[in-house]
Design a protein around this ligand. Structure first.
Ligand code: HEM
Length: 450
């Protein structure tokens, strides 16, 4: 590794670019030399899938999960215990059933409408911040239930502190470090305590009031399989996991979507035409999602070029083989949607262009295979047994929030800004993008002026 690459490892603005450079030189697999570590970057889409799907039993989550495990406990995101993962995932699934998603859809639209109530034409907002407020509102109400604004805020403030200090997990012995008087560790510890105590209280309140069980915590408490249920601590840990996994990712996808739309007026116009035709003056509903192929394509294309989960990591537990290579136990394998989603072998020469219509087939439908890209070339939600449990939730949220707001608003990027990325746990704009809230022209209804 050259000195400039080593710097890029620790510079969260440059790490994805560094991986892209490695992949340009070694398109399928490359060993990245790091002291004391055997690190492979696999950028062949089929092989990455083999690692995550076919060899799923021989690999575990890597070191990146260590700090999250301290913060969240043993939840489905962090655990390396395959049996526990399988069981808890089955028990959590009802929180993402079709009927639950239908209920959540109403909450998602209501949250976007509440945001719209705050928006004033001409006001400049930081778009990621704004989308985080909406995502927070949604995740708070869908997971914890209504009337928990304060609780949701306390938890997500704490989560932010934890995510900012995620780098601690890569230092030697984070489990010990967290108990020291090292200031970032102290902040982290306090945040973990606040987060756990708040969720614990919400869980207890739910348990005491069976009528308050329309939300995901309620579903987790009620979940039973063969007489087995989740313990109170597991409900707490899994709730924290869903909160953490569920808000920043979707908020980033939405923030990048607004920016892409502003950069690509023809796409924005086609999006608004679809919203006008399908929704008219009405707010979107769960059933409308399937009738909004171009809106879906806009979200898909954003997550192709700006995948919120930009890197996935696996540690090899027992030797695995793929593409004629053998990865020994202890090898860390990285697979980056950022890299594979912009590989011209899979996406064609216009790979860097934002083109939602690549997702629309000849019948005008959204079709993830219409792109001609092979299986595994698009994996914003991962693959295999650890694939995102909130995938449908996230699609619905992004589509419904976008559909609600883009009918009447077309945020415009303020001039003279550096548009950069920050690739920590998730990939977000950095610095945040300032956008002016502008009414969309030629729409049916017009927003509040002010
Ligand atoms: C655009 C939004 C989202 C993206 C891009 C995303 C992406 C991902 C990815 C890539 C993984 C797998 C990580 C790996 O294999 O190492 C994952 C796992 C997970 N996600 Fe999401 N996610 C999103 C939204 C959500 C939401 C809304 C929730 C919950 C409400 C959620 C809950 C989870 C959980 C619990 C896991 C762990 C699953 C397991 O290991 O069984 N995610 N997510």
């Amino acid at each position: 590794m050259r000195p400039r690459d080593l710097r890029a490892v620790f510079d969260r603005r440059r790490t994805p670019g560094m991986f892209a450079r490695f992949a340009a030189q070694h398109p399928d697999v490359v060993e990245i030399r790091m002291p004391g570590q055997k690190l492979w970057l696999v950028s062949n889409a089929a092989w990455a899938r083999e690692v995550m799907v076919d060899n799923g039993r021989s690999v575990t989550k890597g070191v990146g999960m260590r700090l999250l495990r301290i913060a969240l406990g043993e939840g489905i995101l962090t655990t390396d215990d395959a049996a526990l993962h399988k069981r808890n995932r089955r028990l959590i699934n009802p929180a993402f059933s079709m009927s639950a998603l239908k209920t959540y859809a109403e909450i998602m639209v209501a949250a976007a409408e509440r945001a719209e109530g705050r928006w004033r034409a001409g006001r400049v907002v930081e778009i990621t911040d704004e989308m985080q407020r909406i995502a927070l509102d949604i995740v708070g109400r869908t997971l914890l239930g209504d009337e928990t604004d304060q609780d949701a805020k306390a938890v997500t403030d704490a989560l932010e502190v934890i995510l900012k200090r995620f780098g601690l997990g890569f230092l030697p012995n984070p489990e010990k470090l967290i108990d020291t008087r090292f200031p970032p560790a102290v902040k982290m510890r306090r945040s973990i305590e606040v987060m756990k105590a708040t969720v614990e209280r919400v869980v207890t309140e739910h348990t005491d009031r069976p009528d308050a069980r329309q939300d995901a915590v309620g579903a987790l408490i009620a979940a039973t399989e063969d007489g087995e249920t989740l313990s109170a601590q597991q409900v707490r840990d899994e709730t924290l996991t869903l909160l953490l996994a569920g808000f920043e990712t979707t908020a980033n996808a939405l923030a990048w979507t607004w920016w892409h739309l502003d950069q690509n007026p023809a796409s924005a116009e086609r999006l608004r035409a679809e919203l006008r035709d399908v929704l008219g003056d009405q707010a979107p509903t769960f059933d409308d999602i399937a009738r909004l192929p171009y809106t879906t394509a806009v979200v898909a294309e954003t997550m192709r070029l700006r995948p919120p989960a930009w890197i996935m990591e696996r540690e090899v537990r027992e030797p695995i083989e793929f593409g004629g290579y053998r990865a020994e136990a202890g090898t860390t394998i990285l697979m980056s949607p950022w890299v594979i989603h912009r590989d011209a072998r899979y996406w064609g020469a216009d790979v860097e262009q934002y083109r939602p219509d690549r997702w629309i087939n000849a019948d005008g439908e959204f079709d993830p295979t219409a792109t001609g890209a092979p299986r595994g070339a698009y994996f914003p939600f991962g693959a295999g047994s650890r694939i995102c449990i909130g995938e449908n939730f996230a699609w619905n949220e992004a589509i419904l929030v976008l559909a609600t707001l883009a009918r009447r608003w077309a945020p415009v990027t303020e001039p003279h800004q550096e548009i950069g990325i920050w690739a920590a746990v998730t990939l977000r704009p950095h610095p945040d993008i300032k956008m002016r809230l502008q009414p969309a022209v030629s729409t049916a209804a017009s927003p509040v002026a002010g």
